[in-house]
Design a binder for this molecule. Sequence first.
Ligand SMILES: Nc1ncnc2c1ncn2[C@@H]1O[C@H](COP(=O)(O)OP(=O)(O)OP(=O)(O)O)[C@@H](O)[C@H]1O
Length: 281
Amino acid sequence: MHEPSLASANAATPHVELHNVSCGYGQRVILRDVNLVVPRGQVLGLMGTSGGGKTTVLRLIGRQLRPFSGEVHFDGQDLATLDEEGIYRVRRRMGMLFQQGALFTDLSVFDNVAFPLREHTALGETLIRDLVLMKLQAVGLRGVRDLMPSQVSGGMSRRVALARAIALDPELIMYDEPFAGLDPISMGVAARLIRELNRALGVTSIVVSHDVHETFEIADRIVFIANGGIVAQGTPAEMRASDDPLVRQFIDAQADGPVRFHQPAQPLDEDFGLAARGDGR
Ligand SMILES: Nc1ncnc2c1ncn2[C@@H]1O[C@H](COP(=O)(O)OP(=O)(O)OP(=O)(O)O)[C@@H](O)[C@H]1O
């Protein structure tokens, strides 16, 4: 179902590239001069401090956000050069799975997965049925197709959302916090599924996550984002061996390090009225 494009003929072109990208919201700059390459077919783990800009990177790639300066390329094409129709076409080649990737509660599991097919293609119901069942099979949930979202567990509904995200055969899948809120077993299932789909569908995957264990397990490369940019990147093995204090703080889950536990605040004694009392209590 992929749209043929000249650029995609070149397998050596990175699937996604950010060139000197600065971006933010309103006046506020979140990322400065970021360069990022996402090679085709890999799983990239995007990690880092909370509020560092990981989701913002996904928004840049999906063109929900335009950079202040610099370029975002998808399959060799600068997104800024595309008109609305072009952006629409590019977005169809991307699957996005957000943490709050809520299912339509009044549609069955089957109809949730069928939704993008009915919405964006002219395929007949017989073919749609086969495609939906294939996608549900890929996430291990063909057996629950007639249930309503309220009747499946949190982990399962995340997998239904994944089946829906791959309904149109995307070539890039972006996951925002796919492990958040899952129990350890469901987390392992979700992680293996991401890796397996990456291989079986031949897609490129970007996984935004705080979960070091699961992400390091499945990613080919890890990129750490903090302080407005990329502070470290490499294979999971390289990151584990890194002595960069920020990487260590993250991997070893230390509360304090280059990233402070306490956000800047006025002095404690002022907040608790001790200074005014002056008696040290
Ligand atoms: N729509 C928006 N308008 C204004 N500011 C925003 C908006 N979205 C995000 N931000 C701010 O941009 C910064 C980066 O947000 P982003 O969601 O990209 O971080 P993140 O690294 O994904 O964080 P987390 O790991 O906590 O989800 C944060 O300080 C956030 O408050």
